[in-house]
Design a protein. Structure first.
Length: 306
């Protein structure tokens, strides 16, 4: 009995001494680090294989490669390799590449639009890169330096002359007259994307679309950036399954918006947390992945989507 009482008394003092221990004597627990956004996959850093950081003007994905314009050169990265080496394809210091699309083994690009720069579409055979530009095709009107593709076909937009706000959208045909597919009164449409019968594009803070079954009608409004971002221009844009993905000039965030949920605010998929606070730029969606340019960093963040 005495032994039991002594044991209980010892346990009492032990518990009391533990409860009165100074917290400063306990080991410090590290605060949990903020997690990366769940949709973030990785960052592709191609800075070791290009001259210096610069804005990407356009990009495309085809045949397991990501193609992009960096300064006045066109490059590609093998997405099936972890090397992240940007392979040089072609440089054009006369026409300044501004937009590109790859269809099969052919790369098409246009220079920066302007009165003194060529409007032509140039073709590079990716099986014979060393030979440079394979062919040059004149376009109709004055270039707006925007290309898009769908089902193996190439499309471009142009104004009727250098002074007009009227834009025409054509289906490119290398062997005959280019077909007019849509027209509208919007100055310099950007980020052309085609989904089914609809041609989508951004125009300052709006996303608009043409119904290609009604080519004579004007474009219709799809989405407008919320009021708090009203002064900001859309920099990058893509769309899949009625969900749009976009970046803004005044923000370091990557946004998504479900067009079927009208009153819902856009979601933030990710944030470019580089030291200078510079945001995201051009983006492209391919195989359930978003490739998003990190401005000035010679890097691309990759996000997964459903």
């Amino acid at each position: 009995m005495k032994k039991t009482a002594l044991t209980l008394l010892s346990l009492f003092f032990l518990l009391f001494s533990c409860n009165t221990t100074d917290d400063s004597d306990l080991p410090k627990l590290e605060e949990p680090k903020p997690e990366e956004p769940k949709s973030y996959i990785k960052t592709i850093d191609f800075s070791s294989s290009v001259s210096s950081p610069a804005t990407i003007n356009d990009l495309d994905v085809e045949n397991g490669y990501l193609y992009f314009i960096h300064k006045i050169g066109i490059y590609r990265i093998n997405l099936n390799s972890d090397a992240n080496i940007a392979e040089f394809i072609i440089e054009d210091d006369e026409h300044w590449p501004y937009t590109l699309k790859v269809i099969g083994n052919n790369l098409y690009y246009q220079g920066l639009y302007g009165w003194t720069i060529s409007d032509d579409i140039k073709q590079v055979d990716l099986n014979s890169i060393s030979k440079g530009v394979k062919a040059t095709y004149p376009i109709r009107g004055t270039s707006r330096s925007q290309l898009c593709k769908n089902s193996g076909k190439l499309y471009y937009t142009s104004s009727i002359d250098a002074y007009s706000a009227l834009n025409n959208f054509y289906e490119f045909n290398p062997s005959t007259t280019h077909q007019l597919i849509a027209t509208g009164d919007y100055i310099v449409p950007e980020n052309l994307r085609m989904v089914g019968q609809f041609l989508y594009f951004s125009s300052f803070d709006e996303i608009r679309k043409f119904d290609l079954n009604k080519p004579s009608e004007e474009s219709s409004l799809v989405y407008t950036v919320p009021k708090q971002e009203k002064e900001s221009k859309i920099r990058g844009f893509d769309i899949k399954d009625n969900i749009i993905y976009y970046t803004l000039e005044s923000s370091n965030k990557l946004y998504s918006k479900d067009l079927k949920i009208v009153n819902q605010e856009p979601k933030v998929l990710g944030i470019n947390n580089n030291k200078d606070g510079v945001g995201y730029g051009k983006l492209i969606l391919s195989d359930k992945k978003l490739y998003v340019e990190k401005l000035t960093d010679s890097q691309l963040d990759v996000y997964g989507i459903k």
